[in-house]
Design a protein around this ligand. Structure first.
Ligand code: FAD
Length: 457
């Protein structure tokens, strides 16, 4: 085979490219990694929290793949919508691996969700990560009390960024407008609430512990809310033991609950971890969100929860929902609206029960928004193994001699590796001008100017 496109330069796309150029059945194959953004790395750049420098530094190993002599990064190429269609791509490459992620949020589906002051965690994360689609100035952080709905790692990220002082984030690549808003933040109380109990919380212990280590923030946990479903407490005869991560989480939470005694200091911010609260409505005052009404739940003995018939309201001028991500359909590709993924068989796109030749998926759009960055490596490898098996069938297909020129002819303005390097230089220069390390450029015009080398920074 000669030419394969990977759509999406997040971890799954880059791991797919890495597996493709290393596969013994695909000698000499050339891979173009396309992305709708002019910047590579997907959620590693635009999702992983800025204060998680070690995970962010994974970009260095992803970069090595994009610098491989047979891999080419081609940014600013949206597939679908106003961009190039999957059908057109199929004419340029012998096979296409879709790794477009699942970056849309799940709604709560409750009254008041559309009120000003109610946002998805996706929007908030995009804002502090300088995603160019995030509306500038969206989060002024004038709220005194914030409710974060969700008890997973994204909810923890959002709570932690809200609780950190701007000084702690200045050494990171947080964009200037977000840093300014965080510096002027009036947030004092952060309430993180989930409808289920602590043994069903999805956060990992490392992320949870980090909350307790924040200077200037105090964690509050109500011991009464640490009750476990007796059938899932790991204590009933014959019941399975609690998973190690849950046990560790419970140890941390119980430690905080026992340490309710204030140490005399007034913390700048409190983070309340709340369980068994199911949001039923967002409350409104003067046309804006003013709080959340929760139904109190209790364990139902089968690992789920039931409503108890009692309610609780928490005041909040900002509500962020972090209840999961969802894939979006790509026009021209099949889509399972229930799972929010593209149906596949070991990575081969399925139309009905039939594999669609030359079309593959990997990453979150293949298996849904679960797992850590490393999970995408094995996922991509499985897909590439399927593609390599199909190679004898695909090799006879035509491929454009110069797909990037063809993309230009379709009216697109691809940003290639040099353009991305130019953005990196502009971000370093911007940081220097502010007395900081590299600082992300948060808007489309700024990124495109920088890609052309026109940046003034
Ligand atoms: C807020 C947040 C924080 C996270 N933090 C961590 C963490 O600390 N540690 C960890 O291990 N994991 C973390 N994860 C999970 C990790 O980011 C994912 O496992 C991983 O990014 C999924 O990889 P992906 O390639 O499938 O999708 P993505 O990373 O989303 O990449 C998809 C890429 O496709 C591009 N794309 C989308 N649509 C199109 C289109 N139509 N045309 C062209 N290109 C397109 C996007 O621009 C993007 O670059 C986090 C996730 C989130 C949401």
């Amino acid at each position: 085979m000669q030419r394969i496109a990977v759509v999406g330069s997040g971890p799954s796309g880059i791991y797919a490219a890495q597996a493709l150029v290393a596969h013994p059945l695909l000698p000499g194959v050339r891979v173009h990694v396309l992305d709708r953004l002019p910047c590579p790395y997907g959620l590693v750049r635009y999702g992983v929290a800025p204060d998680h420098e070690k995970i962010k530094s994974l970009q260095q190993s992803l970069r090595a793949v994009l610098e491989h002599e047979r891999v080419t990064f081609v940014g600013n190429v949206p597939v679908g919508g106003d961009g190039v269609s999957p059908e057109q791509l199929g004419g340029l490459y012998q096979a296409v691996v879709y790794c477009v992620g699942a970056a849309t949020d799940r709604p709560l589906g409750i009254p008041g969700e559309e009120l000003p002051g109610s946002h998805s965690a996706t929007d908030f994360v995009s804002w502090y990560s300088a995603h160019p689609d995030a509306a500038a100035g969206r989060f002024a952080l004038r709220a005194r009390s914030v409710v974060v709905i969700g008890i997973g790692n994204v909810a923890v990220d959002v709570a932690r960024i809200l609780a950190r002082g701007a000084d702690e984030l200045r050494p990171t690549d947080v964009p200037e407008p977000a840093l300014g808003a965080l510096a002027g933040s009036r947030v004092r109380e952060i309430h993180m609430a989930g409808r289920r109990g602590p043994s069903q919380a999805r956060f990992t212990t490392k992320e949870l512990r980090e909350l307790g280590a924040l200077p200037g923030a105090r964690i509050t946990v109500d011991p009464a809310e640490l009750v476990l479903d007796p059938a899932y407490a790991g204590t009933a005869p014959g019941s399975p033991p609690l998973p190690a991560m849950v046990r560790r989480n419970l140890d941390v939470l119980r430690g905080w609950a026992a340490d309710a005694s204030a140490d005399g200091r007034t913390p700048a911010r409190t983070i309340g971890l709340r369980f068994y609260l199911r949001p039923v409505a967002l409350l409104e005052r003067r046309g804006r969100v003013a709080g959340v009404r929760f139904a109190r739940t209790a364990p139902d003995g089968t690992g789920g929860v039931r409503d108890t018939g009692t309610f609780e309201e928490i005041d909040a001028q900002l509500v962020l929902r972090a209840v999961g991500y969802r894939g979006m359909p790509l026009p021209g590709l099949p889509f399972d609206p229930v799972r929010g993924t593209v149906p596949h068989l070991a990575g081969r796109v399925l139309r009905g029960a039939v594999p669609s030749p030359g079309q593959y998926v990997a990453g979150w759009i293949k298996r849904g928004p679960t797992g850590v960055i490393g999970s995408n490596r094995s996922c991509a490898k499985e897909t590439v193994a399927s593609l390599a098996e199909d190679a004898p069938l695909l090799a006879g297909r035509p491929a454009a001699p110069d797909p990037v020129a063809a993309l230009r002819a379709y009216g697109l303005r691809p940003v290639e590796w040099d353009g991305w390097l130019s953005i990196e230089r502009a971000e370093a220069a911007l940081g220097r001008s502010l007395g900081r390390g590299p600082v992300k450029i948060p808007d489309w015009p700024g990124l495109m100017d920088a890609a052309r080398g026109d940046s003034l920074a």
